[in-house]
Design a protein around this ligand. Sequence first.
Ligand code: GLA
Ligand code: ZN
Length: 676
Amino acid sequence: MKPDFKGLDMLHGCDYNPEQWLDMPEILEQDIACMKKANINCVSVGIFSWACLEPEEGVYRLGWLAEIVDRLYKNGIYTILGTPSGARPVWLAKKYPEVLRVAPDMTRNLMGARHNHCFTSPVYRRKVYEVNAMLAKTLGNHPGVILWHISNEYSGACFCPLCQAEFRIWLKNKYKSLENLNKAWWTAFWSHRYTDWSQIEAPVPKGEMDVHGLTLDWNRFVTDRTVDFMKNEIAALRENGSQLPVTTNLMEFHYSLNYFKFKDIIDIVSWDSYPMWHLPAGGDAAMGARTACCHDLMRSIKKDRPFLLMESTPSMTNWFPVSKLKKPGMHMLSSMQAIAHGADSVQYFQWRKSRGGSEKFHGAVVSHDCRDDTRVFKDVAEVGERLKKLGGLCGSLPQAKAAIFFDWENRWAIQETKGPRNAGMHYEKTVIAQYRAFWEMGLPVDFVDMESDLTGYSLIAAPMLYMYRSGVEKKLRAFVENGGVLVGSFFQGLVNETDLCFLGDAPHGLTDVYGLRVEEIDALYDEESNSMNWNGKEYALSLLCERVRPSAADTLAVYSRDFYAGEAVLCANSFGKGRAYYLAAGAEQDFYSDFFRYIAESLGLEKALSAQLPQGVSASRRIADKPVAIVQNFNAETAVVQLNSEMQDYESGEIYTAAIELAPYEVKFVKEYEKN
Ligand code: GLA
Ligand code: ZN
C-alpha cells in the first residue's frame, strides 16, 4: 500500500533542528538553499523543540516554527512534524518533579538527558497533550506537513509509585483474582505468595527478580504503558483537527518494547539504523546481513506497507566505541539497502551538526565548515538523485513466502529465566544467523511473532521458541498439516506465557508434528563444541545440545562427541501434507546457510534473483507491477553474479546477458529482460 505523502514518492530527508540556530538567520537561509542542492524533499522538525515552543508554562510560541515550515514548503521541502515529548523543558521538570522518571533503585532522576519522563504522570500527559494540541491546531493541516513523528525513540520504564499503581490495575484486569496471579506466577516457590494487590512491586535488582511471571508481565505492562502514552499523544493530534498519518522512530532489536504491539497504533513504521560498518575484521557482509535483518524485522511490524528509514548517518556516529567514516560507496549501498528491504525513504540524523551539546561531532549532511562541496554532501545529493528515479517502487513489498519467528515475549523469557546457560543464550544471534542464510540466498523473508497469522507462508523457521503462547503450537500444527515446512530449533516449547513449564513431553503439543521428544538439555561452555555430519559435511555445534528421542522422525545427523555421540541432533518428520525439521543444538553459520538453501531449493521458493550469489552479495526484491531485484555488494572488492536468465537494469536499461558485475559496495536494480 502506498502512503499518501501529498504526491511525494521516495522521501529523502533528515532531522532538522532549526531551533538551535534561530539567532543566525543566515544559517537558516543557507540550510534551505543547500537542502535543495542535496535533493532533500522532507525534513523532520520539532522533535526536541519543546523549550522553544513553550518557553514558559502555557506561553506558546509557534510562530518561528510555522515560518520555517512555510519557507520549506515554498521551496518544495515537506515537513515531518515532531511532537516534543522525548525531552522536556527545564521549567517543567523543576515545577513538576513527578514528570521525571524513577529509576529501578526507586530514586527519582534529576533534570537532565532526554527520555527521562514518566509514562503515567497525569501532569506530563496533560502537558504533552497541550503542546501537541497546539501543534495540531497550528500546523496539523498545513499543506507542507506530511506526517507526524511522535516523540523520539520511546524506550525504558519508570518505577514511580504512579506507574506501580497502574501496574497493579493492569494485573487485576489480567488475572481478576490474586489466586489466579499466584498460580500463574508459581509464587509458592520460596514463599513469595501475595496476599494483597498492594504488595506487588515492579521487578528490580534490589527486590523481586525471581518470579519470572512478574518480570514478564512487567515487560508487557511497560509496552502497554508506552502504547497508552502514545495514544494520548495521538488523541491530542486527532482531537485538534489533524488526520495526518502518524509514525514514531523505532530501534530495531530494542529490548524493552514489544514493537509488534505498535502495529495498530502507528500508521507507518519508521526506524533508526546505525550499523557499525567497517569493523576491523571480517568485512561488511555480517553487518550487511544484520542490518538487512533489522530492516525486515521493522517492515514486518506492519506487513501491508513499506516503512521509512527515519534516521541513518550520512557519515559517522559519535556514540560507537570507535566512530568510523563510511568508505566510498557505503553511503549509497546502505541507503539503497533500506529501499531494497521495503523502505520508501532514506532519511538522516542530521541535517547540520550542532555547535554544542553531546552530538556536535555526530555525522551530518552539513558539517561545521558549512560547505556544500564535501564528500559527504555529494554522497547525500547522489542518493537523492537516485531516489527520484525509484518512485515506481513506492508502496511495493517483497511478498515473502518464508518467515522467521522473532517474538519479544519469548526473548524476555529466555533472557530472564535461570539456566541452562546463564552465560548467554544468544537468542537474537541465533535468529540473525538463521536469517543470514536467507540473506545469502537472496530469498525474501518476513518476521512473525506468536500472535501473527501464518497463512500464506511455505517455509517457517522457529529458532529457540522457548515459550509457546497465543496458541502458537496449534498454528504450527495447522501450518505443517496443510503442507508447510517448519524448521524448529533447540530450546523449544518448554514454558507457557508466564514461564511455567509445561507438564508432559517437549516441545509442548508438537511432539507428533516433530516426531520426537526432547529429554535433556546439555549446555556448552563458549570454548566447547560438538559436531555433526550432514550431507557429507562436518558442522560445529555449540550453545546447547539437546538429547532427543525420535519416535516417528528420521534422523538426518547425529552428535559426534560426548556421551550422547551417535544420538540424533537433526531430524525430519512428515506430518499431514507438510514436514517438520528439528535441530537439537546451536549450529555454526555454514550449517544454517547450507541447510536453509537445501530446504528453499527443494521447495522451489523463488529468490529475488535467479542466480547463485557470491559471498558478501545479497539480493532482495520489491514487486511493483513487475518484480525488481536489488543486488547489493557488501564486499570491498568487485563481485560478479552469474545469471540464469537475461536481466535488464531498472535504472539505465542496460541488458545483462550472462552476468552482473558489481564494483566494491555497488548496488544495482534489475528486472527480467523482456524482448519485444
Ligand atoms: C537517535 C536519536 C537521534 C540522535 C541519533 C544519533 O537515533 O533519535 O536524536 O540522537 O540517535 O545517532
Ligand atoms: Zn512513573
